[in-house]
Design a protein around this ligand. Structure first.
Ligand code: MN
Length: 188
């Protein structure tokens, strides 16, 4: 974690309960097609993947995750409407947010999250409102159509019977559903 004052200030401003750990955020995004954007704080930015179906709590479900460009840390607070004509035009809902711990290992040795990303495999524990527990992100295709898989670990937080993408559609900060954000349009 770099010690840049700007990043430290930004993390304070995000007003998260647990300042010791890096943050993650999942934004539900009604752009041309509805998808979920999964973002992890790494080295002062939000590393980002588009997950069309959102996260699963079932270790047998592999969710496609397409890497997208890094976003600034303050984007972890964004909920609202991206205007027509701008990149990602459509409504954004803060679907889940919290902190994570890096659990990445290789041959029994701890691996930093950046190194894991370079190698194409990271493992982490999420502490969100809706989503908790271990997950792995693994790259299975490189090059122009680079693609990863987001998979729940088989731990005590795994629960194939629970599907919060369906049962808990509301924002964790405003309680709104995506249709309400589209209708109200207020940016944060
Ligand atoms: Mn998106």
């Amino acid at each position: 974690m770099p010690g840049s004052d700007k990043v430290v200030d930004e993390r304070k401003r995000l007003d998260l309960d647990d300042q010791e750990h890096p943050i993650f955020v999942i934004q539900k995004h009604a752009a041309k097609t509805l998808h979920y954007d999964f973002r992890l704080e790494v080295d002062g930015v939000l590393k980002s993947w588009t997950v069309p179906k959102g996260p699963s709590l079932d270790p047998k479900e592999k969710r496609l995750a397409i890497p997208t460009e890094d976003h600034p840390l303050e984007y972890a607070n964004f909920e609202g409407v991206i205007p027509e004509g701008s990149y990602g035009a459509g409504s954004v809902l803060l679907w889940d947010r919290g902190t994570y711990r890096n659990l990445t290992e290789r041959r029994g040795e701890k691996v930093g999250i950046e190194e894991g990303l370079r190698q194409g495999h990271i493992s982490f524990w999420l502490e969100g409102v809706k989503i908790r527990g271990g997950y792995a992100l693994t790259r299975f295709r490189t090059g122009k159509s680079e693609a990863w898989l987001l998979v729940k670990k088989d731990d005590e937080e795994a629960d194939p019977a629970r599907d919060p993408v369906v049962t808990e559609p509301q924002s964790v900060i405003s309680g709104r559903k995506i249709e309400e954000i589209s209708a109200e349009g207020d940016n944060r």
